[in-house]
Design a protein around this ligand. Structure first.
Ligand code: 6PG
Length: 470
């Protein structure tokens, strides 16, 4: 059909609306559909001006509105809603059509949907999209996964609407099967860790150093000029600067200290455990959110658990420099865990993910965009088959130079009663990964002693058992 929609979007919550506008402003004809017609009407009335956006009020109309083979992007809530929409669409589609899921779906669901649709000759892509509302409108980071042929149907469109960085458009093929959603899930796990690290630095400055919120904001602003330059560093400063219009106080201080989560961080931690990849910093960031949720329990326990909670007294700029170094170390550890996880997932699930491309796609548009990404990409490109950033001398040097500072921060934090789980696990991770000998020998001995689980020796090959208690 001539002049039909080049892409269709189902689901007009803010992300769907903004993506529709982004496609249309790049000259693509977009058909839109939402389950409730009021939202479609509101979108057209309030936000659409001259853009080539064509509304449809039934799925039949929507499907007719599109050029063939059709390209349909689902922007509905992850979970059963995706299955419901696919089920309703399926009888209306034809072989060769392409359905894409742009939500934060679980990679295993994506694989399942891909296989089900393939049986009907329908193509399917799991598309990680990052950047929030603004990103969707002005340039997101896009992580599509599935068959390369399916990706070829939309590549020219995604590349146009994606964020642009010095290293090219922030969209690339992430690999087969559920790779797109897997990569997005790892992105989110790093997002959780980075946010947790930032929150810990804020707590340290506030509780251990007694700094006012303004000064903390200023510190994040300064850090944003250096190695920690990143969207989340800048955002922390901006959020800390925001004042509650009613009270005039920093709004952040009036926000309930219970962090929500929608599941992607937890899935990453679960996947890491399943694949046997140690990702302590990513995992602890999820645990910290869960722990934060037990506000009343914490209040009750804290009331019966006195601790000095002492301020560190007058502090020098050196303390802040140490904290900055510690946060950098935490972030590098989180990236190294996330990239190891991606390497292993790509191997086990045969994704064929190119991690240098992942890092390039994360360079702009997404929530974890950061100055470090250019450096990390260089490291990965030096030897793309290395699972570890830690195999690189340049990467190790960045950690090594920051380790003493991170250790000092942890000691001060302990004195002041400030928990720093992300930083602690990052330091433990680095210390563990550099040890050729860990105390796991004693664990093996005990396992064998109480359960005859056997052990290996370092001085000769074989599997051994000892009657330890005779
Ligand atoms: C992004 C974000 C986005 C979403 C997170 C928040 O990349 O744009 O990651 O996808 O805001 O999923 O997740 P939580 O609600 O779990 O914090």
């Amino acid at each position: 059909m001539r002049n039909g929609g080049e892409i269709g979007i189902i689901g007009l919550a803010v992300m769907g609306q903004n993506l529709a506008l982004n496609f249309a402003r790049h000259g693509f004809r977009v058909c839109v559909y939402n389950r409730t017609p009021e939202r479609t009407e509101g979108f057209l009335r309030d936000r659409v001006r001259d853009e080539p956006i064509i509304p449809a009020y039934t799925l039949e109309e929507f499907v007719r509105c599109l050029e063939r083979p059709r390209r349909i992007l689902l922007m509905v809530q992850a979970g059963s809603a995706v299955d419901q929409v696919i089920e309703a669409l399926l009888p209306l589609l034809e072989p060769g059509d392409l359905v894409m899921d742009g939500g934060n779906s679980h990679y295993a669901d994506t694989e399942r949907r891909m296989q089900n649709l393939a049986a009907h000759g329908i193509r399917f892509l799991g598309v990680g999209i990052s950047g929030g509302e603004k990103g969707a409108l002005l340039g997101p980071s896009i992580m599509p996964g599935g068959s390369a042929e399916a990706y070829a149907m939309v590549e020219h469109m995604f590349i146009r609407i994606a964020a642009q960085s010095e290293e090219g458009p922030c969209c690339a093929y992430m690999g087969r099967g559920g790779a797109g959603h897997y990569v997005k899930m790892v992105h989110n796990a790093i997002e959780y860790a980075f946010m947790q690290g930032i929150a810990e630095a804020y707590d340290f400055m506030k509780t251990a150093l007694g700094m006012p919120v303004e000064a903390i904001a200023e510190t994040f602003e300064r850090w944003n000029e250096g190695a920690l330059n990143a969207f989340l560093t800048e955002l922390a400063a901006r959020v800390l600067r925001y004042r509650d219009p009613e009270s005039g106080d920093p709004l952040v201080e009036r926000i309930m200290d219970r962090a929500e989560q929608k599941g992607t961080g937890r899935w990453a931690a679960q996947s890491a455990l399943e694949l046997g990849v140690p990702a302590p910093t990513l995992t602890v960031a999820v645990i910290a959110r869960t722990l934060s949720y037990f506000k009343t329990d914490r209040e009750r326990i804290g009331a019966g658990f006195p601790w000095p909670d002492q301020r560190l007294g007058p502090f020098s700029e050196g303390v802040l420099a140490d904290l900055e170094a510690a946060l950098n170390l935490m972030l590098l550890a989180a990236f190294s865990q996330g990239l190891w996880l991606l390497h292993e997932a790509s191997r086990v699930y045969s994704y064929g993910t190119d991690r240098a491309e992942v890092l390039r796609v994360w360079r702009a548009g997404c929530i974890i965009r950061a100055r470090w990404l250019g450096f990390l990409r260089e490291i990965v490109r030096e030897d793309p088959e290395d699972p570890h950033l830690l195999f690189s001398a340049r990467f190790r040097a960045e950690l090594q130079q920051r380790l003493p500072a991170a250790g000092r921060v942890l000691r001060w934090a302990f004195e002041a009663g400030v928990p720093m789980p992300a930083l602690s696990t990052a330091v433990d991770y680095v210390l563990s990964m550099r040890r050729s000998r860990l105390p796991a020998n004693l664990i093996q001995a005990q396992r064998d002693a109480f359960g005859a689980h056997t052990y290996e020796r370092i001085d000769r090959p074989g599997v051994f058992h000892t009657e330890w208690l005779d």
